[in-house]
Write a protein that binds this ligand. Structure first.
Ligand code: CS2
Length: 457
């Protein structure tokens, strides 16, 4: 009688349904990359692209995943031979799950920074990719320091050139990473490292896209049901995935084009489109939806008037703020985004997207409101919704969490002048826009978000 596997690991692979097995044999993987921030997004995005690239064209591009602070992902992956599954939700053929073999190991930066330094200094490692969220690029952030310590060890070991590949939702994320690291270096006066950095390190920018809600009990039970074995590192994602990358690699790269990625010499237009036309719209749904008591993004999109409000925002203000990539229509892009957000299986919580607004809104919404040639209407409504969200109460009196690195400052003075005036949390270029934000705040406070949205119908 066959013994039922209790937990996903290499020995379990042969008993998985064939369509659930990895695209490559994990025994063949050799490390060539380190990823900082081995959360759900990395596993459902870059890991999937990398596995497909290796399956198509080979290469020693297995990844060691570094968790900055949380231990649980490291423990879960270590117990599973670094295997995990991606549960795809809401595709044409229903819910599916497939095990991905892309990771060759894990490290926990908080408890073992020396292990991370050693990895960065390893000559076999030629790319360090990052999903560390917007706030990790702020001056003095612990992860930047750790990355620099690793790079110093690499320079000392003469371990060769390396690429730092940012996959965070920031405009010009590669240049932002480079600037943040050079800025840190200036404070430590390591001029020889700065010189090595200029010669040996490339920092291409990239635009990443896939909706990956936080894993839940439902994710784990779907994985168990489909795989027939438990996977405590499973992640859930929408079917869509996109990656546009600047082709500037110091020491080679996987054949991600074979996995569906697009290479370009300048990713700026894609970044602006995605940050403003997708992420900004996501933030609008998060704040207006949370104020109106909606738990998920799909439920927020269902508020009467919401779709037409967001369509006008994208076709009017977002479109006027940017030049889209060649051949892409901003209006069509926006419509596709709304279809993706409407996926009812995702259960993506408004609170999750609402997190870290002070770090996200500059590139998502302030960039639209402040752009030349834009007459902001709805952009100021989104900012007003964030400000009202920050007060901590939904329209029916429920508590709303302000999870933000600048929460203390925001709470100390949440007036429109303090939040959006000169020197504020999200300073706006034109004082007239502060008046507009205040007007929307008054409307939201008097009528509630659902009614304000409905009136835009
Ligand atoms: C979201 C993003 O949480 C958020 O702020 O807007 O994580 C979004 O789901 C991804 O960027 C989609 O690619």
């Amino acid at each position: 009688m066959a013994v039922k596997q209790l937990r996903l690991d290499r020995t379990a692979l042969s008993s998985l349904p064939s369509e659930c097995r990895p695209a490559i044999d994990p025994a063949d993987l050799r490390t060539g990359m380190v990823h900082l921030g081995v959360g759900a997004f990395h596993r459902a995005h870059q890991a999937v692209f990398t596995e497909a690239a290796i399956a198509a064209s080979g290469g020693d591009w297995g990844t060691v995943g570094v968790a900055p602070s949380s231990r649980s992902v490291v423990d879960a992956l270590a117990a599973q031979d670094n295997l995990f599954s991606v549960v795809t939700l809401g595709g044409a053929d229903g819910e599916r799950a497939r095990v991905v073999a892309a990771l060759t190991g894990t490290a926990h930066a908080a408890s073992d920074p020396a292990a991370v330094t050693a990895l960065i200094a390893d000559p076999a490692v030629r790319i360090i990719s990052l999903t560390v969220t917007e706030k990790a690029y702020r001056p003095g952030a612990a992860l930047l320091r750790l990355l620099l310590t690793g790079l110093a060890a690499r320079a000392a070991a003469d371990a060769g050139p390396i690429t730092l590949l940012s996959c965070d939702n920031l405009p010009a994320n590669g240049r932002a990473l480079r600037a943040a690291l050079i800025g840190e270096l200036a404070t430590t006066e390591q001029s020889s490292l700065a010189e090595w950095f200029e010669q040996q390190v490339s920092c291409p920018s990239s635009m990443v896209d896939r909706i990956v809600p936080a894993s839940t009990v439902a994710t784990l039970s779907s994985a168990r049901r489909i795989l027939g074995t438990a996977d405590l590192a499973a992640v859930a994602a929408e079917p869509f995935r996109q990656w546009v990358i600047e082709d500037d690699f110091a020491a080679g790269r996987p054949d991600w084009a074979a996995a569906g990625a697009t290479f370009t010499s300048d990713v700026t237009d894609w970044e602006h489109l995605k940050l403003r036309g997708l992420n900004g719209v996501h933030s609008a749904l998060a704040y207006l939806g949370a104020l109106a008591g909606r738990e998920t993004i799909a439920e927020a999109l269902d508020l009467p008037g919401m779709r037409s409000l967001l369509r006008s925002y994208v076709s009017g203000e977002v479109a006027a703020s940017l030049a889209p990539p060649d051949g892409v229509s901003v209006v069509d892009y926006g419509d596709t985004v709304l279809e993706r957000f409407a996926n009812p299986q995702l259960g993506h919580r408004t609170w999750q997207v609402a997190m870290d607004g002070s770090q996200k809104l500059p590139q998502r919404v302030v960039s639209v409101v402040d752009a030349d040639g834009v007459e902001p209407q709805l952009g100021t409504l989104i900012l007003a919704a964030w400000a009202q969200f920050a007060l901590g109460r939904s329209d029916d009196g429920g508590e709303l969490p302000l999870d933000d690195p600048r929460a203390a400052e925001i709470r100390a003075d949440p007036t429109t002048a303090a939040l959006f005036g000169p020197g504020g949390i999200l300073p706006l270029a034109d004082p007239a826009h502060l008046v507009a934000v205040q007007r929307w705040r008054d409307e939201l406070a008097s009528h509630g978000a659902a009614e304000v949205v409905r009136r835009c119908l």
